[in-house]
Design a protein around this ligand. Sequence first.
Ligand code: KIV
Ligand code: ZN
Length: 530
Amino acid sequence: MSASSTRKTKAGQQAASHPHDRVIIFDTTLRDGEQSPGASMNLDEKIKIALLLEEMGVDVIEAGFPIASNGDFEAVREIAKLVKAASVCGLARAGRADIERCWEAVQGAVRPRIHTFISTSPLHMKFKLQMEPDAVHQAVIDSVSLARNLCPDVEWSCEDGSRTEHDFLCRTVESAIKAGARTINIPDTVGYAVPEEFAALIRMLFDRVPNIDKAVVSVHCHNDLGLAVANSLAAVGAGARQIECTVNGLGERAGNAAMEEIVMALKTRHDRMPFATGVNSAYITRASRLVSAITGFVVQPNKAIVGANAFAHESGIHQDGMLKHSGTYEIMTPESVGLNKSTLVMGKHSGRHAFKMKLKELGFDLGDNALNDAFRRFKDLADRKKEVFDEDIVALVDDEIQHGTERIRFVSLGVVAGSQGPQTAELELMVDGVPQKIKTAGNGPVDATFNAIRELVPHTARLLLYQVHAVTAGTDAQAEVTVRLEEGGKSVVGQGADVDTLVASARAYIHALNKLLTKRAKTAPAAMSA
Ligand code: KIV
Ligand code: ZN
């Protein structure tokens, strides 16, 4: 893509508040991302992600689909109240109930946005909507007009836009803008487009829709053919100025365009794509880790920008080149995505004040009680681990925050492991403030530990995922364990961290179980009507 292929005339007038070379980053991790099977998040987790997205400079946060469930509604409403700098957007189908519910959820935001959509492709209209094109066209006008009467900022999407007939696409886009849509989003819903074709589609809209200069053209690309980022960037070259994307490329099926790849491609190849985003790329690693930890979706090691190997150099030739000049094999610095070299923080002699300062530097601001608990655990860790790194502190504090207010709390674990079975676990928990203890056997120490939890807190949830990863290098590294449980179609993810893998495993299982209890309580009829 070259600078000369950008459509300076009309696109330049699109975003009143943004200069022509500015690409608006619309993050839909909390909506399309959450629609990935198994990626559901609770309210606290969504708030955590939203606040980080705001801090990193995302322009629009799509916080959920308010009519989908009470949980979604509540999450959008809370995020709308808390986020100040970014627009907070909710998704709504074309009907009145969806749009009004969406407005109810976002209206408390400083910058609320309603995002309404309807399918426009022949296939979707005939089989999914079972509506004639004229009726769909009327629904576009009615839905956008209704949304605009409620909210000054309305985005309209033509679902399956990339497979929509051009005449009909132009007609609906023109009408949506006339009805008041400020942003027109063209989704490649099924990830079918290829870059040249998708760019031509965007150019076609600029050429044929007479009022296109009154709206920002946005794109929303899925990754079924692995082309979501390439299609999004091609669209920007053709005049689009908003990209919808998600952290780690989370999303329906193969996911959406990955935000970190979009941001770093625009930053690194500014010579070919002279566009800027408002995202501070130094937050990328933190956001990736947070989303991965919360959803339990591991980032593949060779994933661009945020994979564990993205800045690793294994072969001798590469290492030699790197020592001579880092530019030989690195096109961007690890620091530019917030991947700082592991720094030795403190040892067992470090004091509370130094620990507090370190937490501040790492972006944590804990209250007195949480700080005291975290400091106690840090001292304990420093006693057991030779070197304590930034990553250790982050894992420890994340663990403390996640486990701080739970009904079931871990107290202690003793395990007998090894080749001379039976392997047993002696576990003590605090359940609703009451100490409980048990000793159980199992097929290996992890099984024994999980059996002990099941005995103390009987439940029928199935264990869908058990995963361990080392926070830092070395055999004394902390283990970070992820557990996914499923009960009655609802799945939850728990994490735990400790230098002892089995203690981390118990903590992760207990974390997931606590979330399940919260979920059960929220979906009980009495709680629903409260
Ligand atoms: O993929 C899609 O078409 C969507 C729309 C709702 C924007 O997610
Ligand atoms: Zn989508």
